[in-house]
Ligand binder design. Structure first.
Ligand code: NAD
Ligand code: UD1
Length: 348
């Protein structure tokens, strides 16, 4: 049987890379996206890279009838759920918009999935669900407790999905839910073709697109948020992961959901990170070395809500999904730069 995967948010940064990987691995792909933070040009390029078609529906996941129609038309076997809003600052200003889009949107999606008896789901969670943990290396068994509305939408959705999976024991006659919660660390980079990549609206919030836009001259100067953290060079440490490695983890997760481990159903969280921490100054130095461009920066006060250091323990994903990140920081930066140089205005 051909596997048909519904990719919600498939026109976005991570979703478009997932579509490439799915098509190249022999899956049929159906994308649902309302284009709130993306451009369907990304999907044209996905088809261009792979030489394979995909089905696209411009639908908001909160529109239950429209979503149900997609399930009625397409032979969907599993869902990768990327659709969501993701800007931490905006979520503090407009929390209801975030709860409505991310939490309510997911409720509608899983209701429609249940109606269609499609019960394999891979969910885009985030390392942000670990909140202000005193640990620097996160394992999946740490308590979750996000510290901003965006993070709380992810933590709430995780709870909802765990509760949903727990109902299986009450309904042994129905097919069980099989759910993987993938907690991403810091995805960066782009497809090696330079045809798809991250295309943030306005001034980027995240480090890597900001650095790339400074290097190409679109922005004047990077502010390094804090040089007085208790880290070797005083700047914040994160676990940066190549977006192509990250999306490969989703294919491994689908395979696991369809395998022995999830035969009786279940809902399980996996960290997707490299397990290596890297400071802001290391990113700048590597960027300058890899691209030959200067990154103009200054030190600025710490950003509210930032942690000094966090990185993944990725052992569970290796053990149970047979996945590990392969690409180096140099690969991440070279691919970011190729995308930036080939598409200085993003998809526009
Ligand atoms: P993105 O904004 O590029 O992609 C999200 C896509 O979802 C966009 O194309 C947007 O138009 C679509 N979308 C949003 N709300 C929708 C709705 N109601 N109905 C239909 N489509 C909708 O973001 P991304 O970086 O690709 O992130 C994908 C997912 O991964 C998100 O859920 C995000 O929270 C999560 N995540 C991202 C990161 C990161 O650093 N990029 C880290 C951790 C988790
Ligand atoms: C941020 C979000 C997190 C989200 C993730 C991916 C916050 C507090 N956290 O994580 O919830 O899941 O993005 O979307 O917003 N930095 C600078 N200058 C900049 C930008 C960043 O010095 O202009 C530093 C930060 O202080 C941090 C590192 O670079 O040390 C990485 O920052 P960023 O890319 O924004 O990711 P996170 O803060 O880890």
């Amino acid at each position: 049987m051909v596997n048909t995967v519904l990719v919600t948010g498939g026109a976005g940064y991570i979703g478009s890379h997932a579509c490439v990987e799915l098509l190249q691995s022999g899956y049929q792909v159906v994308v649902v996206d309302n284009l709130a933070n993306s451009n369907c040009e990304s999907l044209k390029r996905v088809q261009d890279i792979t030489g394979k078609p995909l089905a696209f529906y411009q639908v908001d996941i909160r529109d239950r009838n429209a979503l149900a129609e997609v399930f009625a038309k397409e032979p969907i076997t599993s869902v990768i759920h990327f659709a969501g809003l993701k800007a931490v600052g905006e979520s503090c200003e407009q929390p209801l918009m975030y709860y409505h889009n991310n939490v309510y949107g997911t409720l509608v999606l899983i209701q429609v999935m249940a109606d269609a008896d499609v019960k394999q789901l891979v969910f885009s969670s985030s390392a942000t669900v670990y909140g202000a943990s005193e640990h620097v290396q996160y394992t999946e068994d740490l308590p979750i407790g996000a510290i901003n509305p965006y993070g709380r939408t992810k933590a709430m959705i995780e709870d909802i999905l765990r509760d949903l999976s727990a109902t299986d024991g009450l309904k042994p006659t129905e097919s069980p839910w099989k759910i993987a919660l993938l907690r991403y660390f810091n995805p960066i980079g782009a497809h090696e073709s330079g045809k798809i990549g991250e295309d943030p609206n306005g001034i980027p919030n995240n480090l890597m697109p900001y650095v790339a836009q400074v290097a190409i001259g679109k922005l004047a100067q990077l502010s390094v948020f804090g040089n007085d953290y208790p880290t070797p060079d005083g700047t914040g440490i994160r676990d940066y992961i190549h977006v192509v490695d990250l999306v490969k983890g989703h294919i491994k997760a689908i395979q696991a959901l369809q395998g022995e481990k999830f035969a009786a159903g279940g809902c399980k969280a996996y960290n997707l990170g490299t397990g290596r921490g890297c400071s802001v100054l290391e990113i700048i130095e590597t960027f300058e070395r890899a691209t030959g461009r200067k990154v103009n920066y200054k030190f600025a006060p710490r950003r509210t809500g930032d942690l000094a250091e966090c990185f993944a323990n990725p052992e569970l994903a290796l053990k149970e999904l047979n996945w590990k990140a392969e690409k180096s920081l140099d690969d991440m930066i070279a691919d970011t730069w190729l995308w930036q140089v080939k598409n200085p205005q993003g998809y526009n």
